[in-house]
Design a protein around this ligand. Structure first.
Ligand SMILES: *Cc1c(COP(=O)(O)O)cnc(C)c1O
Length: 224
């Protein structure tokens, strides 16, 4: 399927989820995840009107960034090794996977400007998932005040791979509650307004539960 057709379908679904939840479509940023696909297919997404792109590995990001540059806004969504920070941190617009202090420290050292970051939370309790445990989130975020290049703009999570809609919704609600808690603190370094949650299989639910940034790969550009 061409990207434009997929995008149209997704935009309809976003509209429907927004109406259900009494939200505005402008509140939602669609990030096209291009980690599975070629530069050519990524160009097709740009031509269809996708403005935000997401990559989860340095190699994939660099390849796409070299070809596309500032024609897109760049979101780094994958777990990030500290030694790779210097090669990408000044090229991206947002980091969705801040999950440890050592990474924050390295970002602070290498960044030439403030980096908008989402703190990744492990809301599902799965050991395989990256992210800060919900109980530790507030303390972790408080500690980030020492890094002047880091701005905590929101929280990010990945729902577990289950069929049960109530479990998926519950993880999104946990993230929203945590976001509200951080936001209430009014930390200068952590305005924490955004929620990065929802992928191909659960983005409508995520929007109903408050997502502001949805990350869609397979349903938008396909797997290969
Ligand atoms: C791959 C990936 C996505 C997109 O996944 P799809 O299910 O293909 O939409 C979103 N977020 C992260 C962190 C990913 O790694």
């Amino acid at each position: 399927m061409d990207v434009a057709t997929n995008l149209e379908q997704i935009q309809q679904n976003i509209g429907e989820a927004c109406r259900k939840a009494g939200r505005k479509e402008e509140e939602i940023t669609l990030i096209g995840v291009t980690k599975y696909v070629t530069i050519e297919r990524t160009e097709e997404a740009l031509a269809a009107g996708v403005r935000h792109l997401g990559e989860n590995r340095l190699e994939g990001f660099s390849e796409k960034y070299n070809a596309i540059g500032k024609r897109a806004k760049w979101h780094f969504i994958g777990s990030l090794q500290s030694r790779k920070v210097k090669d990408m941190i000044n090229k991206i617009d947002m980091l969705h996977s801040l999950d440890r202090n050592s990474l924050a420290k390295e970002i602070n050292k290498r960044a030439e400007r403030t980096v908008p970051c989402f703190v990744q939370i492990n809301t599902s309790g799965e050991a395989s998932k990256h992210g800060i445990e919900p109980e530790q989130a507030l303390g972790f975020i408080e500690g980030l005040a020492q890094y002047d290049k880091i701005q905590v703009v929101g929280l990010m999570t990945m729902a577990p791979f289950v069929e049960d809609e109530t479990i998926i919704r519950q993880t999104f609600r946990t993230l929203k509650m945590l976001r509200d808690e951080v936001k209430q603190k009014d930390y200068q370094h952590a305005p924490c307004r955004y929620l990065s949650m929802g992928m191909s299989n659960d983005y409508q639910l995520a929007i109903e539960e408050g997502a502001t940034h949805i990350r869609i790969g397979s349903k938008l550009v396909g797997q290969k």
